[in-house]
Design a protein around this ligand. Sequence first.
Ligand code: SAM
Length: 253
Amino acid sequence: MLKRWVRQWLESRGYAVFNTRSPVGYAQDGLFTFNNDHFRHDAPFRAAYERGVRANGGVDPGTEWRVHVAMWAAGVALRVEGDFVECGVNGGLTSTAILERHGWSGAGRRYWLVDTFGGPVLQQYTQAEAAGGRLAAARDALQRGAYVMDVEQVRANFAAWAGVEVVQGAVPEALKEVKAERVAFLHLDMNCAYPERAALEHFWPKMSAGGVVLFDDYAYFGNEELARTIDEAARGLGAEVLSLPTGQGLMLR
Ligand SMILES: C[S@@+](CC[C@H](N)C(=O)[O-])C[C@H]1O[C@@H](n2cnc3c(N)ncnc32)[C@H](O)[C@@H]1O
């Protein structure tokens, strides 16, 4: 019923809606589409996503399409030399799903996970981000207990895989603890422009050709200042970010 109404509404405004194969469409996490979301029914995807939700204390944030993109990006990065790095880990939903989906063995590479494990660094938000509501959102999330504060709980989750290194500290200072010579995959998910730019500029020279940078919130609504900052940094590195309808951003080395 809703689908028919949306189709009629779109057609009345000159848009044609094709291939509405999904019976209900995908409507979560800022993304509403009738496009084919068949990956959600693939057994390896389901098992990996559900393992990620377990790492996240059983809380499913409804980010399947984003995690699907992350799993794919990690698969591409596995074809090139280098370590994996995530800055902004929290309970570890995305990285856990990646490890599970790709049957991570730890052979030949390490997976570095960097977080304060104390929530965002409020002093790192710029005036523009504060004006856009990002600082208030971070404070609110902290108060709601949305961030994992127990690093030992995170270490216990990742103990299931070899070669995973959990680093506690604030980016950019903590980046010196990441002893990676080459990097194949960089996932940035700190929801704050300053540390994300710093991490991008820190790791870019170490990235292998064909390596992947994935920004979790580049195109997510409310993060316009983050996107502006990353675009500026990318231009300086001679690269460009692909904006994704999931809210993510993708950059290839
Ligand atoms: C949205 S959560 C990350 C979610 C995670 N990637 C997942 O898959 O569930 C953002 C995380 O970034 C961390 N963070 C924010 N600013 C940081 C900084 N400057 N250095 C290290 N961690 C930071 C927070 O502590 C929080 O755990």
